[in-house]
Design a binder for this molecule. Structure first.
Ligand code: SF4
Ligand code: SF4
Length: 135
């Protein structure tokens, strides 16, 4: 995937918004990869946490938001515990998810869930899922 990086993208408003919403600074990441190596969901993600931090450093939050990574994060906080730079990575992931949902883009259409599946689902899991996946 070819991406264009410029001063304009690095200082872009979307990356600044991710920083503001998460309260974290991706620029302190030194790309050690411990977070990605510890994440139980890397097998499912198209891009890992280390690359997420790198893209945010380059101001390419839109590239990250276009991926499903933020919805696959299990919020287990393993990456945060392992990060030698003390970055609250799940907070960054949460900010990416929130910014997507604020644009009114649902990851899941509730009406697309079959009725028989709904009957089998634990209510608490359904509520948590809809909060996470819908605007
Ligand atoms: S909080 Fe999310 S990104 Fe971090 S290790 Fe857990 S699943 Fe992976
Ligand atoms: S563990 Fe922390 S410093 Fe290392 S790549 Fe991940 S976010 Fe960056």
């Amino acid at each position: 995937m070819a991406i264009k990086v410029s001063v304009k993208t690095v200082r872009g408003p979307l990356a600044a918004k991710v920083k503001e919403v998460s309260g974290q600074d991706p620029n302190v990441c030194f790309q050690c990869g411990l977070c990605a190596g510890s994440c139980p969901m890397t097998g499912e993600m198209e891009i890992f946490t280390r690359k997420v931090m790198h893209l945010l450093q380059l101001g390419l939050a839109d590239v990250v938001i276009a991926q499903k990574m933020a919805y696959l994060c299990a919020s287990c906080h393993t990456c945060q515990v392992r990060c030698p730079r003390g970055i609250d990575i799940p907070a960054v992931v949460e900010a990416l998810r929130l910014l997507t949902l604020r644009h009114g883009e649902n990851y899941l259409a509730p009406e697309s869930i079959p009725a028989e599946r709904v009957r089998e689902m634990p209510q608490a899991a359904m509520v948590a899922g809809l909060r996470k996946f819908t605007a």
